[in-house]
Design a protein around this ligand. Structure first.
Ligand code: AMP
Ligand code: GLY
Length: 427
């Protein structure tokens, strides 16, 4: 079959890479793609948020399946338009995508459905927000309600910091319209994990567990980013935890959406925290995690095209997934300066040598200029390897990264440290 993938980041590179290796898939087209993706797919330069352009492309190419990678087009209703035009689509409609598009909608639905999550209030008025912050005290979490590329969450250690964040969002226009409503949340403590499910109507199929590192610096310090690395499986997600997430989080939220008339087809991503009072939901996303998708696709042994088409056509019941028994680990190489400003257009060398040492390089923010690969985004590469253990996968990726020739690149040196420690404890 012919598959159209929408997006051009590391997640979409991993999806195209896996689709290309699926027996059921003959051709992969990607819009807009990137230089790494062009090794796996025919790239068409239409932006992932250009709904009109994407509809025209689908009409011309007539793909058998459309896989939508990022949240922005899903929240804008690309899924609805494609389905109305008769295409098989992997990715939810707008109403279901609101689970990610609006944190206030999502938190209220969790509350209605009895899904465990942090205590919260939604505010539009600065003074009322400040009053709540003063009465709850710090640490406290302030979130912009709308989409903010993973950067709209401030875990404030002091009331002063929390008040400044709420003011920035509500009065100072930080995050624009996305910050016109803020969520104030109780600060949870525990280990975080990413629990993803392929959902097709009433069928909910769990993917292997994964974990990402959202903080910029080693030791999970510094500002939040879109994710600086990830691995699968996550040792803290035992079978009992996975079952708890399925029963108390995934099933009730999908049922609650259905009650509102929103059927879900696509990925439900539950970001959870394992607290001493049980598993609690931090957030929902409606697409694969980035970078979690890179290790997940590296471990998946099943035919991805077949599975996603089955989901899109509501035939997912009975489908099972097969995974490599080892660990896959991805280290993100970002532009020095990210998540703030950075210099674009720097040439990146050594990519072939990195791959020659056994890692796969997934491209995220790259472009080709005068025959060279240059950086264009904050997160630029996802260097990924699979091995028998987390420790071995970590060693493999960091050894491969020694061949990277990019002085302006930055990466954490400790991706996977929790998994390695838990592995060592179990020995
Ligand atoms: P979110 O986009 O809602 O997942 O938030 C991004 C990150 O902020 C999460 O991965 C957590 O590290 C942190 N975070 C979010 N909500 C909370 C909370 N209620 N308590 C503690 N940390 C949180
Ligand atoms: N890695 C976190 C996310 O994709 O939202």
């Amino acid at each position: 079959m012919k598959v159209l993938v929408v997006g051009g980041g590391g997640r979409e590179h991993a999806l195209c890479w896996k689709l290309k290796r699926s027996d059921s898939v003959g051709e992969v087209i990607c819009a807009p793609g990137n230089p790494g993706i062009s090794r796996e797919a025919r790239c068409v330069n239409i932006a992932a948020d250009d709904i009109v352009g994407l509809m025209a492309l689908a009409t011309t190419e007539k793909p058998d399946l459309v896989v939508v990678g990022p949240e922005v087009p899903l929240v804008a209703g690309l899924g609805n338009q494609l389905r109305e035009a008769g295409f098989a689509v992997f990715g939810p409609d707008k109403a279901a995508a609101n689970l990610e598009g609006s944190k206030s909608f999502s938190k209220r639905l969790m509350h209605e459905a009895g899904v465990p999550t942090a205590r919260f209030e939604v505010h539009v008025d600065v003074e009322e927000a400040v009053e709540t912050i003063r009465s709850w005290g710090a640490p406290i979490v302030i979130k912009a309600s709308g989409l903010a590329a993973g950067k709209g969450v401030i875990v404030a250690q002091t009331e002063k910091e929390a008040i400044a964040a709420a003011r920035d969002m509500l009065a100072g226009n930080a995050f624009g319209e996305a910050g016109s409503q803020v969520i104030i949340e109780e600060c949870l403590v525990g280990e975080e994990a990413s629990c993803l499910f392929i959902v097709s109507g009433d069928t909910i199929l769990p993917l292997a567990s994964s974990q990402d590192h959202k903080a910029l610096l080693d030791g999970d310090k510094g500002p939040n980013t879109g994710g600086m690395g990830a691995y699968s499986p996550a040792p803290c997600v035992t079978d009992a935890v996975a079952d708890e997430v399925l029963e108390t989080i995934a099933k009730p939220i999908i049922a609650a959406l259905k009650k509102k008339g929103a059927e879900f087809i696509g990925i439900l991503y539950a970001g959870v925290m394992l607290t001493k009072d049980g598993v609690k939901t931090l957030e929902f996303n409606v697409r694969f995690g980035d970078p979690e998708c890179q290790p997940l696709m590296s471990r998946l042994k099943s035919d991805l095209g077949e599975v996603l088409l089955a989901a899109a056509e509501k035939r997912l019941d009975g489908v099972e997934l097969e995974w490599d028994a080892g660990t896959a680990l991805c280290v993100v190489v970002s532009s020095e300066g990210y998540p703030a400003d950075f210099k674009k257009g720097q040439p990146i060398g050594g990519l072939d040598a990195v791959e020659a040492s056994g890692a796969t390089v997934f491209h995220a923010g790259t472009a080709e200029k005068d025959g060279a690969i240059v950086n264009t985004g904050g997160r630029v590469l996802g260097v990924t390897a699979v091995a028998v253990s987390a420790k071995e996968a970590q060693r493999k990726v960091y050894t491969a990264l020694e061949s990277l020739d990019w002085p302006g690149g930055f990466y954490r040196r400790d991706i996977g440290y929790r998994a390695v420690a838990q592995e060592e404890q179990a020995d």
